[in-house]
Design a protein around this ligand. Structure first.
Ligand SMILES: [Zn+2]
Length: 296
């Protein structure tokens, strides 16, 4: 869960550039509601930290169709908005590959209307309402509205600061190592925004998504440690390995990156992990698959 900066200058003008590229009856329909749409854009900006409170308005069928057409029919102006937003994201992610604005794990491939197109067509091409996301999150969210409470975080406007929002716990049961993720207990009940973090985590099933990623990652770190079997892996050596792994995570991944959380858990549970590695039977052969008997 990493905050992103919205860097599109004058988003209202950009949206109107798309609308003014329409012709005929659509152009006339859009011209007739320009003042209304301008007011709605202002309302969006005003409510940007609590967009779940924006209420839908009624529009004529013609206006609605014309607004939807602005998004569904490709134009140079809309293409330029999307390209600029992607460029801005690439700058912010830096060394990290682009990630979905909701799960921040999978690759983004499509655009989601934070306020759904079906209920808020006036924001169809308004850049702050467009989030570059993965197809899984896009399908999951669909046209759902948030009604009484915020359920999805807006990566640009829900400023989460630099606090730890998610934790991982590593546990051992006989010769099985397990890792689990959850929202940090300290943030539960702290504020409506933190409540939204918990909702978001639950809704996009980040618990299992992080788990799947961490499973591969843990395996790649723990397997090489097998050479220290039979009680030979020292605390110092373990911490050095963890430190090296940590240094490989780009700084701009953010404090709540699943990989960093996993490494933090390995640091917190250092003694148990070392004891586990030192007591574990040797792996039959080097492999990327989890070591025999090590289940996640
Ligand atoms: Zn996603």
């Amino acid at each position: 869960m990493k905050n992103l900066s919205f860097r599109i200058v004058d988003p209202k003008t950009r949206a109107f550039a798309v609308m003014s590229s329409k012709t005929g009856v659509r152009k006339r329909s859009l011209a007739a509601i320009k003042t209304l749409v301008t007011d709605r854009f202002d309302e969006f900006q005003l409510f940007r930290g609590r967009l779940n409170e924006v209420e839908a308005i009624s529009l004529t069928e013609d206006s609605k169709k014309a607004l939807e057409h602005c998004y569904s029919s490709p134009t140079e102006a809309l293409k330029a908005i999307k390209e600029e937003m992607k460029r801005s994201l690439k700058e912010q992610y830096g060394q990290i590959a682009l990630r979905c604005s909701y799960c921040q794990v999978r690759d983004p491939s499509c655009w989601d209307h934070y306020l759904p197109l079906s209920r808020f067509p006036e924001f169809s091409v308004f850049p702050p309402n467009l989030l570059y996301v993965c197809s899984v999150c896009n399908t999951k969210k669909g046209d759902l509205v948030q009604e009484d409470k915020k359920r999805f975080l807006h990566a640009y406007f829900d400023n989460l600061g630099d606090s730890s929002l998610v934790i991982a716990v590593i546990s051992f049961h006989s010769n099985v190592v397990e890792i689990s993720f959850d929202t940090h207990p300290d943030i539960q009940g702290l504020s409506p925004l933190h409540a939204a973090v918990c909702e978001h985590f639950e809704f996009f099933d980040l618990k299992n998504l992080y788990l799947r990623k961490a499973k591969e990652y843990l395996s790649s770190i723990l397997q090489p440690m097998q050479k220290y079997k039979s009680g030979n892996l020292s605390y110092r050596e373990y911490l050095r390995i963890i430190e090296v792994e940590k240094s490989r995570i780009p700084v701009n991944s953010g404090k709540n990156d699943w990989k960093l959380i996993t490494i933090d858990a390995m640091e917190t549970h250092a003694s148990e992990v070392i004891r586990f590695v030192n007591s574990c039977p040797m792996a039959p052969a080097p492999s990327l698959a989890p070591i025999d008997g090590w289940e996640y």
